[in-house]
Design a protein around this ligand. Structure first.
Ligand code: KG4
Ligand code: ZN
Length: 388
C-alpha cells in the first residue's frame, strides 16, 4: 500500500510518500521525502517561535506536498470541476489556515487523487499551532480524496523509522529506545510495536535543547547540535587543555530521568567567569563544545546501558535529531559491544534522524495494520501526547 505522510510538529515542513509491502517483516520503499527547513528564519532568534513556524508551515505545505507527489511520477491533472462542491467543508476544516486554504484549493483544482491508500499525520507531541496545520491538511485531503487517515505519535515515528533497515530475523523485544531530540529526551521500554513504557525522561531541557541553548551562550548559530559536534571534532587529544570540566547531571542517580538545564547553567557560569579574550578564542570554544557533547553523551549512554541490562533488552534503538550526533552513535555502539555484546543496536541513517515524514509513514503503516485509522472529523492535534 502507499501512504502519504505529513509532519509539521516543529520547524520542518515534511511530506513523504512511501510504499509498504506486507509480510512478516514489512519492506518499505521511499518514493519521495521532501523537507522544507525553516532554520534560516529561526536562526535570527536562536530558537523556534511557534506562531512564526505555523505561518511558514502554511506557506510551505502545499508546495512540499506537490513536490512529494510529483516525485512519485503519479501526479494526475484534474479534468473536471465536480469536486468543487466539497469546497465548503474544506473551507470549514481550514478556517484557521487561510493561506493554506487558498493554496490547497488551487492544488485540488489542478491535481486528482493518485494511487495513495492512506494518509499518516503526526498529531503529537509537538508545538500546538504547528501540529494543527499538518493535521488540518491531512483532514482536508482525507475528506476530499476519501481515503483513511491514521494519526501518528512523533516519538513512535522516531523509533519505528529503524524498521526501514531492519534485518529480517533479529530478536527485537524487549527493546530499550533512547529518543533524543530538540523537544524530548526519553528512555522507553518497547515490548512490541505499539506497546511502550516510558522509563525515564528529562525533567527540564531536552538533550537537543541543551545543545541549542549552550551554543547560543557561546555565540554559535541555531541549531546548536550540528555546530557543537562539528567544533568538538576539532578538539585534539594531545593539545594542552584549558581544563574545562562540566557536570554529568543525574549520572549516578538510580532512576532513568535526565536533567540538562544544570549543564546549561554550568556553561553559562564558565563563560561569564572567563576573560573575554579567552572565551572568544577558538581554543576555548572547541574545548567547551567537546566537553558539552561529552557530558551529554556520558549521561545518555550510561542510563541507556543500565536500563538495557535491567530489562534484558534484545535490542537498543536510537532515534531523534540528536541521534545524528556521530560521537553519540559511536560511543553508544562501543558501550554495547563491550557491555552487552549480544544486544542488537539499531540507529537510523543520519538523514532520517531529524524530523521527516518518512518516519511518520512507517509508523502510520504499523498503526494502519492495527486498525488505528480514524474518521477525519475525529482527529485532533495533541501537543502533550505521550507514547504508551
Ligand atoms: O528530532 P528533531 O529534528 O526535532 C525535534 O523533534 O525536536 O531534533 C532536533 C534537535 C535539535 O535540538 C538539534 O540541535 C539536534 O536535534 N541535533 C543534533 C545534531 N543534529 C541535530 N544534536 C547533536 N548533534 C548533532 N549532530
Ligand atoms: Zn523529532
Amino acid at each position: 500500500m502507499k501512504i502519504l505522510a505529513i509532519e509539521t510538529s516543529c520547524d520542518d515542513t515534511c511530506v513523504a510518500v512511501i510504499e509498504a509491502k506486507k509480510g512478516k517483516s514489512p519492506r518499505f520503499n521511499i518514493l519521495s521525502n521532501i523537507i522544507s527547513s525553516q532554520i534560516e528564519i529561526h536562526k535570527q532568534y536562536g530558537g523556534v517561535y511557534p506562531s512564526m513556524a505555523k505561518r511558514e508551515h502554511q506557506r510551505n505545505l502545499v508546495p512540499v506536498l506537490k513536490k512529494a507527489i510529483k516525485a512519485t511520477n503519479k501526479e494526475k491533472k484534474a479534468t473536471t470541476n465536480e469536486e468543487t462542491k466539497k469546497n465548503k467543508t474544506i473551507e470549514k476544516i481550514l478556517e484557521r489556515e487561510e493561506v493554506l486554504l487558498k493554496e490547497l484549493k488551487i492544488f485540488l483544482k489542478k491535481y486528482q487523487k493518485t494511487d495513495i491508500d492512506a494518509i499518516a499525520v503526526t498529531n503529537g507531541p509537538g508545538l500546538d499551532p504547528c501540529l494543527w496545520v499538518g493535521v488540518n491538511l491531512a483532514k482536508a485531503l482525507s475528506y476530499f480524496w476519501d481515503i483513511p487517515i491514521v494519526p501518528v505519535n512523533h516519538i513512535e515515528a522516531h523509533i519505528l523509522v529503524n524498521w526501514l533497515l531492519l534485518e529480517k530475523n533479529i530478536k527485537k523485544f524487549p527493546a530499550i529506545c533512547l529518543v533524543v531530540s530538540g523537544g524530548h529526551t526519553q528512555l522507553i521500554l518497547m515490548e512490541e510495536i505499539g506497546k511502550y513504557k516510558i522509563l525515564g525522561e528529562t525533567r527540564d531541557d531536552a538533550a537537543g535543547e541543551c545543545f541549542d541553548k549552550t551554543a547560543k551562550i557561546l555565540g554559535l548559530d541555531y541549531p546548536g547540535g550540528p555546530i557543537i559536534s562539528a567544533m568538538a571534532i576539532k578538539s585534539r587529544e594531545k593539545q594542552r587543555k584549558i581544563g574545562i570540566k562540566l557536570p554529568r547531571p543525574m549520572l549516578n542517580q538510580k532512576n532513568y530521568d535526565f536533567s540538562f538545564s544544570g549543564l546549561k547553567t554550568a556553561v553559562l557560569y564558565s563563560f561569564k567567569s572567563t576573560s573575554k579574550s579567552t572565551r572568544t578564542s577558538k581554543k576555548y570554544i572547541i574545548e567547551m563544545c567537546s566537553e558539552i557533547q561529552q557530558a551529554i553523551i556520558d549521561v545518555l549512554v550510561a542510563k541507556t546501558i543500565r536500563a538495557s541490562k535491567e530489562y534484558n533488552a534484545k535490542t537498543i534503538i536510537l532515534g531523534g535529531g540528536v541521534a545524528s550526533n556521530k560521537e553519540l552513535r559511536k560511543q553508544l555502539g562501543k558501550a554495547i559491544k563491550q557491555q552487552l555484546p549480544k544486544t542488537n543496536y539499531l540507529k537510523p541513517t543520519i538523514k532520517l534522524c531529524s524530523d521527516n515524514a518518512v518516519m511518520v509513514g512507517v509508523a502510520g503503516y504499523f498503526r494502519f495494520l492495527k486498525g488505528k485509522t480514524k474518521i477525519w472529523k475525529r482527529i485532533e492535534a495533541k501537543p502533550n501526547l505521550r507514547i504508551k
